[in-house]
Design a binder for this molecule. Structure first.
Ligand code: AGP
Length: 608
């Protein structure tokens, strides 16, 4: 996520901003910038790359004198990481400067409206729309202009704003993207997160949705989006600074699991237009989608697992063949790519060597490649013909969770768009699926609420030697990811098996008390999976089942059942994976493993 820091007070603003941004580096970013009012005008310095570049450019802030300013570390969502797209963004006269964390979902419509009014845009970002709209509404009253903008923009935002002709004020605005404000004897602060200002004050105010804060050197006022003044209670922060970077969570992995409702929504909602899906970045017309005869999905690790789910969903909905390959295999097996084929590569980091090689191999053979990528401007994002970003924000923990969940959403949308183009599902089915998609973030939230129950269950297995995951169809794909989550952070041996395949060998490994996690979310396959569960139970296995609410039949075979809320059969992976992520996490925590940085692993495997 982007990082925001602002200050107004008796001290020089720039050094405080730089110091605060440094405490937000853990959020991940690819460019930085700062705007400070020097008593006469707003000066702006921006730079792609690390914060150190901005520090050097501004001599630690000394070359940007002034007592009010805003700074930003940008995690690119719209527009590659470069100087122009870096924040702060400003209006033509340079009298208003804005930093933003979030996604303005209707930015294209607003940009077109402003361009018709002769506004010129210089960046590719959604954020620039905010500052140009402020300029459009500004008649000398900053609060009035801000509230007018809030009534026009849709999406998520944490904003820091300064106005050259009101240098005694700094504004903070929030909707969905976290923002806090604080005060000490020298002045007032805004920040995306506690670590940025913890060294200056432990007394903070959490800005709520649609609230505006006007900060002055020695006091703050809070307003609603209708300019009504409100009062707020301060919160005392007693975290140590390290804990603060994880926003109070013990590990980044847990924090990122809990970010999944928001990151799934951030990936989904901007692509829902009423009751339709608009994947503008596909750059493919319905005719072109209809003409696709086969899809090759290529990825590694968890990204490969989402590809396996993608196979079932796309084949089930769009009725075209889908082949899923491990990138390390694809690149050397002289793959057969036929006319009408489309290649989709999936990668959180966008730098995985095998996946990048698979992309290049496909392009060398003349095939278009769609990248489903999380890191904007990464190698895969740059080299793919088209990119569908998963707006999950930076993922710090080596074990992926929120990016994985966002990749699933991207694949559901692609499958539904394909099915719509090929007319293989009715408008009614399509509409019902859209409604089911919208419920997923809240359903994930609900499942995350089970963490204590799952932690207790996980503690029984910290001494386990082997744990197996089984399932059929999409449930097999879920089992693959559940098994990987467990083994990569707890170092317990685990395997995922197509439930019907167990009896062809692996069942010989089942002993008294061996834990087998059976995933059964596909009603058409319940009976088959239950019979596989009975097979392993007969050999002494302890059976954990993850299944749909209402499938109580499974309690005849399972020893421990976790239910997931009702959703479309094609979307169950998004829900069933949540308890399995928590299970793997708590087994690893119980074993005292380094959950965020497991042994032997890297967050991005940039070598073969
Ligand atoms: C998943 O938890 C692992 N970190 C690993 O399997 C990862 O999914 C794989 O290396 C692919 O990485 P990518 O998505 O960045 O390409």
């Amino acid at each position: 996520m982007c990082g925001i820091v602002g200050y107004i007070g008796t001290q020089a603003a720039a050094p405080i901003i730089l110091d605060g941004l440094a405490k937000l580096e853990y959020r991940g970013y690819d460019s930085t910038g700062m705007a400070v009012f020097d008593g006469n005008k707003i000066n702006i310095t921006k730079a792609p790359g690390r914060l150190k570049v901005l520090e050097e450019l501004t001599h630690g802030g000394e070359s940007m004198p002034g007592h009010v300013g805003v700074g930003h570390t940008r995690w690119a969502t719209h527009g590659v990481p470069n100087m122009t797209n870096a924040h702060p963004h400003f209006n033509k006269e340079g009298t208003i400067a804005v930093v933003h964390n979030g996604i303005i979902e209707n930015y294209l419509k607003l940009r077109h409206m402003l361009e018709e009014k002769e506004y010129q845009f210089v960046s590719e970002t959604d954020t620039e729309v905010v500052v140009q709209l402020l300029d459009y509404y500004y008649r000398g009253n900053p609060l009035e202009a801000i509230t007018k903008v809030l009534h026009r923009v849709e999406g998520s935002y944490g904003l820091g704003v300064i106005f050259a002709d009101h240098p005694d004020q700094l504004f903070a605005v929030r909707k969905d993207s976290p923002l806090i404000v604080g005060q000490n004897e020298t002045g007032c602060f805004i920040a995306s997160d506690v670590p940025a200002i913890l060294k200056y004050t432990r007394k903070v105010y959490y800005v709520e949705n649609q609230e505006i804060v006007r900060l002055r050197q020695d006091h703050m006022h809070f307003y609603t989006e209708d300019e009504e003044e409100i009062t707020k209670e301060a919160v005392y922060i007693d975290w140590d600074s390290n804990a603060a970077e994880k926003a109070g969570y013990e590990h980044f992995m847990l924090k990122e699991m809990y970010e999944q409702p928001k990151t799934v929504a951030d990936t989904l909602l901007p692509r829902l237009k009423g009751n339709d899906i608009d994947i503008e970045e596909l750059h493919m017309s319905n005719e072109e989608l209809e003409a696709v005869k086969k899809i090759h999905i290529v990825a590694c690790g968890s990204a490969y697992h989402t590809g396996v789910t993608g196979k079932y969903v796309i084949e089930g909905l769009a009725r075209i063949p889908v082949e899923v390959d491990l990138a390390s295999e694809f690149r050397y097996r002289n793959p057969i790519l036929e006319e009408g084929a489309m290649v989709v590569v999936i990668s959180q980091s966008g730098e995985t060597a095998d996946t990048l090689a698979a992309l290049r191999e496909s392009k060398k053979r003349g095939f278009k490649v769609l990248g489903i990528v999380n890191v904007v401007g990464s190698s895969i994002a740059r080299e793919a013909d088209n990119v569908m970003y998963t707006w999950a924000g930076p993922e710090i923990a080596v074990a992926t969770t929120k990016a994985y969940s966002a990749q699933l959403i991207a694949l559901y949308l692609l499958a539904m768009k394909m099915a719509q183009a090929k007319k293989t599902i009715s408008g009614e089915e399509f509409g019902a699926m859209i409604e089911d998609l919208k419920k997923i973030p809240d359903q994930i939230e609900l499942l995350l609420g089970n963490k204590e129950k799952i932690q207790r269950f996980a503690n029984r297995y910290i001494g386990a030697k082997d744990i197996f995951f089984i399932g059929r169809g999409i449930d097999y794909s879920i089992s693959l990811e559940g098994s990987l989550k467990l083994k990569e952070i707890s170092y317990i041996h685990s395997e995922a098996y197509a439930a019907g395949e167990l009896k062809h060998g692996t069942i010989s490994l089942i002993e008294e008390g061996t834990l087998v996690a059976a995933v059964a979310t596909q009603p058409a396959l319940y009976a088959k999976t239950i019979s596989n569960m009975i097979e392993v139970k007969a050999r002494g296995a302890f059976l954990l089942a993850v299944t749909n609410e209402g499938n109580n039949e499974i309690e005849k075979a399972a020893d421990y059942v976790i239910y997931i809320p009702k959703t479309n059969d094609y979307f169950t992976n998004s829900l069933a994976i949540i308890p399995l992520q928590l299970f793997g996490y708590y087994v690893a925590v119980g074993k005292g493993c380094d959950v965020d940085k497991p042994r032997n692993l890297a967050k991005s495997v940039t070598v073969e």
